[in-house]
Ligand binder design. Structure first.
Ligand SMILES: [Zn+2]
Ligand SMILES: [Zn+2]
Ligand SMILES: [Zn+2]
Length: 244
């Protein structure tokens, strides 16, 4: 039996389970609600409420958004869907498979969400909780970064102004004349220096970590600094000697 067939059967079981729970409390408009859960189960992606409306319209169901919203809320309440809020993204929904757990990698450039399961990470988390006498009820493991496709598209040399928060980069070159160079020298920034981007909102100043201090840098000047991504982590910015 193919994966697709298995999934089809599983979705039928989910739908039947949803139906019996709705029937048990006498919820109305049952068939329409079953069409909604059907549409939701038809994708394995993490989708927004608007995506769900689009999928429904694609299947020829033009339901009142309030009705769809209310049904989706029931799906969450009854344990068929789960609501997810990833940083900088609108609220998304995904299936809630009983007895199965996964974690996420989120691309901060294109928004792609990848799922992974790692028994060793799960076990380590349980061990940490135990060590603190803590009963773990749930956890989120979200890794933010750049996906392989976004990385491949990235130029080896880029202006600092487009680097993402959390990135560690090395100053490769400084474009512009003596004035720009002078201003950077005054800030203590030289070619070969390692920087961590603390925040970059796409407008206004960038906040950087450099040599154990935080610096605010205007966008204009950040446009003139050419950087290459570094594989060093943030530890490179500030060495804590006391920690050995
Ligand atoms: Zn996990
Ligand atoms: Zn990406
Ligand atoms: Zn997921």
């Amino acid at each position: 039996m193919g994966v697709r067939d298995m999934k089809g059967i599983n979705n039928q079981a989910e739908k039947a389970n949803f139906r019996s729970l709705l029937e048990s409390d006498g919820t109305g408009r049952l068939e329409e609600r079953l069409n909604i859960i059907d549409a939701f189960l038809s994708t394995e992606k993490h989708i927004t409420f608007e995506d769900l409306l689009r999928i429904l319209r694609g299947k020829g169901y033009d339901y009142d958004p309030d009705f769809v919203r209310q049904t989706l809320d029931r799906m969450v309440e009854l344990g068929f869907a789960q609501r997810k809020k990833f940083e900088d993204q609108p609220i998304k929904y995904e299936h809630r498979h009983l007895g199965r757990h996964h974690d996420h990698l989120i691309c901060t450039k294109c928004g792609k969400i990848l799922e992974f399961q790692n028994p060793e990470i799960e076990q380590l988390q349980a061990e940490i909780a135990r060590k603190y006498g803590f009963q773990m009820l749930q956890h989120k493991m979200e890794i933010y970064g750049l996906c392989s496709e976004c990385l491949a598209k990235r130029k080896p040399l880029m202006p600092l102004a487009i680097a993402k928060a959390g990135e560690v980069v090395v100053i490769a070159d400084i474009a512009g004349g003596a004035t720009a160079r002078g201003r950077l020298a005054a800030l203590g920034l030289r070619r070969g220096d390692t920087l961590e981007i603390i925040s970059n909102e796409g407008k206004g100043r960038l906040i950087l970590a450099h040599d154990c201090t935080r610096l605010a840098l205007g966008r204009g000047i950040a446009q003139k600094i050419l950087v290459t991504p570094s594989d060093k982590r943030e530890e490179a910015i500030c060495k804590h000697e006391d920690m050995g």
